[in-house]
Design a protein around this ligand. Structure first.
Ligand SMILES: [Zn+2]
Length: 286
């Protein structure tokens, strides 16, 4: 793989969802790692971007506004990343608020399922642990506190994963709807970690459904997968992106910020596409 002196990371989670680092911490780390750009992409939540913006401007690092929408489809989890040149679309912000409400309903259901099998976890404790969008890692922290399990891996394997006793699906938004929401808001929809989808026909279908990019550069992808997704994206005039999916230490996905490298041209093409989708929504670009 081609290496360059400056890399970038377009997939990072903060305390606005299930990340360990605050938005400001992420900027500090990105600056000390000499990244050219960073995007905060929390689950159903764009607040981290606004919180990090002042420090990003002060430190002179390029910060992108992003979000990750998780959906259950095709017997797997399909995650769609959305990036925004200008995250000002009220309908989209309302949609995120709706999804955050749904996350509360889902977390309460998971807690009830756990209670039903004898694990005494309280929703109030989970709510206190979460700073923004409520995610399963917050429930897991409450489970670890009570010593029912020792880590996230065990929690998913025994209780929370697909088909386990306290598995509760995400809300009913389909991947296609998630893509459409992002496009309507003038955003750039990109399929997160296509290799983890586990089915390339599904990945291709997402491009046909309007996704404009694939996260080809991802810590768990092999060189062959990277090449394969670059090829697939180019057939659909889509871009590729590069993200670590960092959630911070001790989370299941704990790859360090900036740990995946891609040629800087990937970032340039990403920015062009980002402006293009925004422009096609607004009809102009200031
Ligand atoms: Zn993610």
């Amino acid at each position: 793989m081609m290496m360059n002196n400056q890399t970038f990371d377009l997939h990072v989670h903060s305390t606005a969802s299930d990340g360990i680092y605050s938005p400001q911490d992420i900027i500090e780390i990105a600056v000390s790692s000499k990244l050219a750009a960073v995007a905060i992409t929390d689950h159903d939540n764009i607040d981290g971007y606004f919180k990090a913006l002042p420090s990003a401007q002060e430190k002179g690092i390029q910060l992108f506004a992003g979000v990750e929408l998780n959906t259950d489809a095709y017997d797997t989890e399909v995650d769609i990343l959305g990036y925004f040149w200008n995250p000002d679309d009220q309908l989209f912000l309302d949609m995120l608020k709706d999804r955050q409400e749904n996350r509360i309903v889902r977390a309460k259901k998971i807690v009830a399922e756990l209670n039903a099998i004898g694990l005494e976890i309280s929703y109030d404790r989970v709510r206190k642990i979460a700073h923004g969008s409520i995610c399963r890692p917050h429930i897991i922290e409450a489970m670890v506190e009570k010593k029912y399990i020792s880590d996230q891996k065990e929690a998913f394997e025994k209780y929370l994963g697909f088909g386990k006793p306290a598995f509760v699906p995400h809300d009913q938004v389909t991947p296609k709807q998630a893509i459409q929401y992002i496009l309507q808001a003038g955003g750039l929809p990109i399929v997160a970690h296509p290799g983890l989808v586990g089915n390339d026909q599904v990945v291709e279908k997402l491009l046909q459904d309007g996704a404009k990019g694939l996260e080809a550069y991802y810590p768990m992808h092999t060189e062959e997968e990277i090449a394969k997704y670059i090829g697939l994206a180019s057939r659909y005039d889509a871009v590729v992106s590069c993200g670590s999916d960092s959630h911070g230490p001790k989370r299941k996905k704990s790859f360090p910020i900036g740990s995946t490298q891609a040629p800087i041209e990937v970032l340039e093409a990403f920015q062009i596409k980002l402006k293009e989708v925004y422009k096609s929504k607004e009809g102009h670009l200031q």
